[in-house]
Write a protein that binds this ligand. Structure first.
Ligand code: FAD
Length: 337
């Protein structure tokens, strides 16, 4: 597999990582951006896309999802390369003084500088504790719906009781051959109108509700699921014939390998110099929620300012002999080299 070469590898495509693409671009620095989630936006997309944010300068009120769309658009002229659904698992220095990083699926990037915008850590799905789970992941078990059509005419089991489980059950009931929803409580945690619709479809026989039951086991072979076994709190066992299992148990964040890169940490945060967001390792910078210093305010707007500080510092690090003349964006425009 070829190794991508770039000026800056940004770890994390949350709001702060996205704005850092723009700020680095304004410094003529090209970026590759890696995120363990399948979509950009970090906490804004994963946790509260429909919530309004009131403290972004210039926006009296903006939905978190809309802010992410705008940040992505603002970064577009600089043609960032995104590697989504990839966790950065290792970071080493090459003999040539470059940073070499590897992702969970084997993508390799060599960068002149590293910008960590990893928030509260890599987001990933909460996996049900089932024996043999890995054998079916990616073939019969999925934690996200990338393309609804993949599930047409399939027998689906959806596990979970929150908005994702209920909303996808409603949506996929239009195209699936059969849908069974398994939840360990009698009550769902979804929006009341969605739950009412789910119950209506259950009464009409469109969706099978198996509650209160929890996942107990899987059966099938060579990555092809044949049945999902569920168990009630009282010990009753049922077997549901199924092609696909979609467990929607929410997301967990994990600082993961970043904790082992020799960076100075304060619990789960990286200590940086607030003047330029540099870490204790030359060439590695950190911004946004993951970066800390005395009196740090964990806000998106703080992360935006840190992105600008870090981009200027990275330019000086990558091009130490270049003389830089500061210009406002009103003067320079958005220059893409
Ligand atoms: P994040 O948004 O956390 O993004 C970091 C990204 O890095 C994640 O997508 C993660 O998957 C990825 N990542 C981490 N490690 C790795 C790795 N090893 N490999 C690959 N990818 C990795 N802030 C405000 O300013 N105003 C508000 O009104 C506001 N409201 C909020 C409401 C809620 C419900 C929540 C939960 C937060 C709110 N916040 C608000 C906080 C705000 O969302 C965060 O400050 C902001 O998301 C931080 O951005 P970030 O880019 O630093 O990190």
């Amino acid at each position: 597999m070829s190794i991508h070469q770039t000026d800056v590898a940004i770890i994390g495509a949350g709001p702060v990582g996205l704005f850092a693409i723009f700020e680095c671009g304004m410094m003529n620095l090209k970026c590759h951006v890696i995120d363990s989630l399948e979509m950009v936006g970090g906490q804004c997309t994963a946790l509260y896309p429909e919530k309004p944010i009131y403290d972004i300068p210039g926006f009296p009120k903006v939905l978190a999802g809309d802010l992410i769309e705008r940040l992505k658009k603002q970064a577009e002229p600089f043609e960032p390369i995104y590697h989504l659904g990839e966790q950065v698992v290792s970071l080493d220095k090459t003999e040539a003084g470059l940073w070499h990083l590897k992702t969970s699926n084997g993508i390799q990037i060599e960068a002149k500088a590293i910008l960590i915008a990893a928030g509260v850590g890599a987001f990933g799905p909460n996996r049900p504790p089932l024996a043999g789970l890995e054998d079916f992941e990616g073939t019969s078990i999925f934690y996200y719906v990338k393309n609804r059509e993949d599930f047409r005419d399939k027998r689906l089991v959806i596990a979970g009781g929150g908005d994702s489980a209920v909303d996808w059950a409603l949506s996929l009931s239009e195209i699936a051959q059969k849908i069974t929803v398994v939840h360990r409580r009698p009550k769902f945690r979804a929006a009341p109108e969605s739950e009412a619709q789910l119950n209506r479809l259950a009464q009409e026989g469109v969706i099978d509700l198996i509650i209160p039951f929890q996942l107990e086991g899987l059966s099938g072979k060579e990555g092809c699921l044949e049945a999902v076994v569920v168990k009630s709190l009282g010990g009753e066992i049922k077997e549901i014939s199924a092609d696909i299992l979609l467990p929607f148990y929410g997301l967990a964040a994990n600082l993961g390998p970043i904790a082992h890169w020799g960076l100075q940490l304060n619990t789960t945060h990286i200590m940086v110099d607030p003047k330029d967001c540099s870490t204790n390792t030359p060439g590695i910078f950190a911004i946004g929620d993951i970066a800390t210093y005395p009196h740090k305010l964990k806000l998106i707007l703080t992360g935006f300012a840190e992105a600008a500080q870090a981009a200027h510092a990275i330019r000086a690090y990558v091009h130490p002999n270049e003389v830089y003349h500061f210009e406002y964006s009103t003067t320079s425009g958005v220059l893409v080299v």
